[in-house]
Design a protein around this ligand. Structure first.
Ligand code: HEC
Ligand code: HEC
Length: 304
């Protein structure tokens, strides 16, 4: 019985690999806009100050620090935090410019492939605990600014324990099957029928802020179910429905009340706790008023 199961799993993986190779070559050229400079090879230049500042804002909006910093650590981005998933703990990497334990030897192109396409330096598949599923929509410009910012971060020597999940999740190749099923490999497409503000909100929610990573319910393999932002159970928390449904969602909240919640972590009816309190303190509270308003506009016009 066990053998049949394993053979079955292997067959699925092999089929997925074959299909995945065909499919993945299709759309991955997007990362070729980046070059082959490594992160540690060039110190940031003063002429880049504006881009670095923009990149810092991108890193905050993407909340990279939340997963890539161990609890209690004073070294941002130095990795070592184990993200709990239904399949086991997955350690987030050291993404500082350290050449031995971080990504100092990575080229800009490697970086884009990891963030937008979930590929490690050697082309291995990253686990989707890294939300490349959302970051695939991050624009080239934001990626480049983010890269320049990462270059300015202090290199930290900190080896991160290897992730060791049970079979078949320990096979990184199996993630190709996951990608085939659940990874939507295309960039952000603005909706011309909506306002520029709505589109900015859509970009923030879907690409950088990856709100759906917590708020869109998942199937048993961790892929998104077809119930966008309608609420999902996390390990010990429930991320509620944030569509404009008046009963289950936040349809009763005004634009100001949504903005206030994301800025201050509380409003007339709700106080953010747990993972949402972290998302507010690491990320949303630092967004500009205009960006928070755009998110609110987008959520308000979200069909339930
Ligand atoms: C929700 C948690 C989470 C967030 C948010 C997150 N990451 Fe990750 N990231 C991970 C995990 C987990 C891994 C390791 C995946 C693996 O081992 O397969 C990873 C891996 C990576 C890698 C590959 C490193 C290596 O050595 O292979 C890079 C680069 C990276 N992340 C950059 C970023 C950047 C930049 C951001 C912000 C835009 C970000 N990550 C946000 C969880 C996260
Ligand atoms: C790391 C997971 C996570 C991410 C990312 C996340 N949320 Fe949440 N969110 C939660 C959890 C969990 C709660 C419930 C918090 C509580 O019970 O206090 C919540 C609560 C909320 C609420 C309050 C809903 C209510 O009815 O009380 C809103 C609004 C919200 N999130 C919006 C967002 C938006 C917008 C984003 C993206 C900018 C986002 N969240 C990203 C986990 C997350």
């Amino acid at each position: 019985m066990k053998k049949t199961k394993i053979a079955g799993a292997v067959a699925v993986i092999v089929a997925a690999v074959a299909a995945g190779m065909l499919w993945q070559n299709g759309d991955s050229a997007a990362d070729d806009v980046a070059d082959n400079q490594t992160l540690a090879s060039q110190p940031p230049e003063s002429s880049e100050a504006d881009a670095v500042a923009r990149g810092r804002y991108i890193a905050i909006a993407g909340d990279c620090v939340a997963c890539h910093t161990a609890p209690g650590s004073k070294e941002p981005f130095s990795g070592g935090y184990a993200i709990s998933t239904p399949f086991g703990g997955i350690f987030a990497s050291n993404i500082t410019p350290d050449t031995q334990t971080g990504i100092g030897n990575w080229t800009e192109r490697d970086f884009y492939r990891a963030v937008r396409h979930g590929k490690g330096k050697e082309g291995e598949n990253l686990y989707p605990a890294m939300p490349y599923n959302a970051y695939v929509k991050v624009s080239d410009r934001d990626m480049h600014d983010l890269w320049l910012y990462m270059r300015s971060v202090k290199p930290v020597h900190n080896p991160v324990p290897a992730t060791n999940l049970g079979f078949p999740y320990n096979i990184r190749l199996a993630m190709m099957g996951w990608n085939l099923l659940f990874f939507k490999n295309h960039g952000f497409e603005p909706d011309a029928t909506q306002s520029a503000e709505w589109n900015r909100g859509a970009y923030l929610v879907d690409a950088l802020e990856h709100c759906g990573a917590c708020h869109t319910p998942k199937n048993s393999l961790g892929g998104d179910r077809d119930a966008y932002l309608q609420g999902s159970n996390l390990a010990e928390w429930h991320a509620p429905d944030i569509t404009s449904n008046s009963y289950t969602g936040i349809g009763g909240w005004s634009l100001d009340q949504i903005t206030q919640y994301l800025k201050l972590g509380s409003n007339h009816v709700a106080v953010a706790s747990g993972p949402m309190a972290e998302a507010v303190s690491n990320s949303t509270q630092h967004l500009t008023e205009a960006d928070l308003h755009a998110i609110a506009v987008y959520l308000k016009l979200q069909p339930d």
